[in-house]
Write a protein that binds this ligand. Sequence first.
Ligand SMILES: *[C@@H]1O[C@H](CO)[C@@H](O)[C@H](O)[C@H]1NC(C)=O
Ligand SMILES: *[C@@H]1O[C@H](CO)[C@@H](O)[C@H](O)[C@H]1NC(C)=O
Ligand SMILES: *[C@@H]1O[C@H](CO)[C@@H](O)[C@H](O)[C@H]1NC(C)=O
Ligand SMILES: *[C@@H]1O[C@H](CO)[C@@H](O)[C@H](O)[C@H]1NC(C)=O
Ligand SMILES: *[C@@H]1O[C@H](CO)[C@@H](O)[C@H](O)[C@H]1NC(C)=O
Length: 678
Amino acid sequence: MSPPLWIAAWALLLHGCAAGRAPQAPSTRNDIRDCSADPPYLPPTATNTTARLAVLRGILRTHGIHAYIVPSTDAHMSEYISKRDARLGWLTGFTGSAGTAVVTWDKATLWTDSRYWTQAERELDCNWELQRTTSIESIATWILEVVPAEGNVSLDPFLFSIDTWNSYSRALHGSSQTLLPLETNLVDQAWGDQRPPPSSSEIYSLPAEFTGSSWQEKVAGIRQQMEQHVRRPTAVLLSGLEETAWLFNLRGDDIPYNPVFYSYTLLTNTTISLFVEESRLSAEARQSLRSGCPGPLCVELKEYGQVSAHLRHYAQGNVTVWLGTEYTTYGLYAIIPQEKLLEESYSPVMMSKAVKNTHEQEMLRATHVRDAVAVIQFLLWLEKTVPQGQVDEFSGAQRIDAFRWAQEHSRGPSFQSISASGLNAALAHYSPSNGSSRTLSAREMYLFDTGGQYLDGTTDVTRTVHWGEPTPLQKEAYTRVLMGNIDLARLIFPSNTAGRTVESFARRALWDVGLNYGHGTGHGIGNFLSVHEWPVGFQYNNVPLEAGMFTSIEPGYYRDGEFGIRIEDIALVVEAQTEHQSGEKPFLTFEVVSLVPYDRNLIDLGLLSPEQIRYLNSYYERIRAHVGPELRRQRLEEEYAWLQESTEPFPVSSAGTAAPGTLALASLLSVLLSELGA
Ligand SMILES: *[C@@H]1O[C@H](CO)[C@@H](O)[C@H](O)[C@H]1NC(C)=O
Ligand SMILES: *[C@@H]1O[C@H](CO)[C@@H](O)[C@H](O)[C@H]1NC(C)=O
Ligand SMILES: *[C@@H]1O[C@H](CO)[C@@H](O)[C@H](O)[C@H]1NC(C)=O
Ligand SMILES: *[C@@H]1O[C@H](CO)[C@@H](O)[C@H](O)[C@H]1NC(C)=O
Ligand SMILES: *[C@@H]1O[C@H](CO)[C@@H](O)[C@H](O)[C@H]1NC(C)=O
């Protein structure tokens, strides 16, 4: 699944693409608001926010605040948030996943990106102005215009990343307005007892068979990194929910799709403090955490809300606190004096988690075999039912979820399924809703981008299919997307190469004929954790690729108003077998662990080189070898026959000759690498 907009680089690309679409014409539709009508017209999907705005404005006046900024994030920079953290949604009525609201004494404005413009017009009432951009400069300019001189602009510093805070601070610098961080959240005050209560569900230990190593080993590994770092940090502060979940082998369900729980961790050279609602820990979890008490491997349980006070106290000592700026809010960061900070983009826990050990790799491989069974069941089911016209995007998404749920160790979907037919697939983030969902047809292409959570791993796979006669353009575009997927997957490259250096291999076959796609090419993935796991991937801010990392490879092609194609697999970075050796470390390549055949109906074999066909055939052999026996074990004989048919080897002789571009691109790569000093 292509990551959402909070990931900055991806955002730019995707936003650039989406913003390129034609502006929406003035509408006479009755499903969106019309604030220029008299009286204003509101569709039933809009929320009346008059009363809640009045309450918030009362609170602003009491605090001497003239503008209050409300983000869509939570205190852990989570990709998905709980209902309790949906402050933007409650205040505005707008339920999209990304946006910023600013409320003044007499104005209220929402900023969001092009994915959500129509949705915002359906959900906002006429108290709100919609700004069709997300740049902080634009928000700051608006604030400077409407807030009186000497006015106070305020926000909750525990909901803003360090970067975002800095951007607002820079933008307001030199004006007479003051940017005032306020520790009590004013929206929460206004929300009052209507705000959903904190989650109370159990936080549990992962059974040992599903962990890569014990939490004690992980803690020892992080402490070793602290000792070996030149700055000799005395503590590591963890704010990302998946960091604490991974470190202690604990899971919960506070957030949709990600099996994590609200927490912070302060791991020092001699102590471990876990800030969490203690009563929610299962008996085994508590026992496991307390097993080393007293001593350096004793986990002290502290209240979640105590983290600031505790950190403030700790930071008074002769200490150095190591943290990852990408997941730490400005509120926590500002507590630590600058000279006691060791800032890196990602914490050592995030970096360690990114490289999976042998057992974690085995678990992710096994997960993908069972996941492939579910996807193959779905593909066969579609083949049989779509021609009868009884499947729509929504019921399709429900069906694949159901197939996954039936697999061993399943814990539900890993993100909201993308299930898009025909022109809907051209919207990279389209998700169907009940009641407004397109019927699947043998005359259209269908794209589904779905994934599952299992106790041993997380999956994410995209296939695009056509059950009838694709147009020549659809076939060519699909084949070129597939060529890009193959070219990147079979690439051999030096150890420590940055993902962005090799990313263009996934685009080359499209570039050859003047086609492209407007989103990133991949993201890391977890073991029963996040479906988008940083810092692995192919963007400028991703870390160099190392053996043991998992990433998606997902080129695509989108034709506005017509169709969309994406082919996504998860791949493990492995050492390559090369004839020669240069440098100390072996070269690397990918092993694709998603094991689902592509649509033969959409492949134009004449475009593929013999190398690409040989690669495809060997991939299909692996699918047969791994998924075939599992289908039989589950007594899915019809699916087994379908798999055999779908993975028939392709004839190599019918292929064209290798494209001349290969050499040119390889030499371009070597230039890039030598510039990087690799
Ligand atoms: C919205 O709610 C307010 C009071 O909370 C009410 O006075 C107003 O008429 C409502 N507006 C609409 C359009 O229903
Ligand atoms: C801005 O906030 C400060 C601190 O809360 C307060 O003392 C001051 O009066 C406020 N300014 C205005 C113009 O209300
Ligand atoms: C702080 O700790 C460092 C390293 O342990 C030590 O070299 C330094 O002398 C200490 N400073 C003070 C003021 O205690
Ligand atoms: C741990 O760090 C503290 C500073 O907080 C330092 O005084 C102490 O000597 C360190 N202990 C060990 C065992 O390294
Ligand atoms: C979808 O909508 C139909 C008709 O309104 C309803 O019967 C059905 O329960 C809904 N399904 C889900 C999963 O919400």
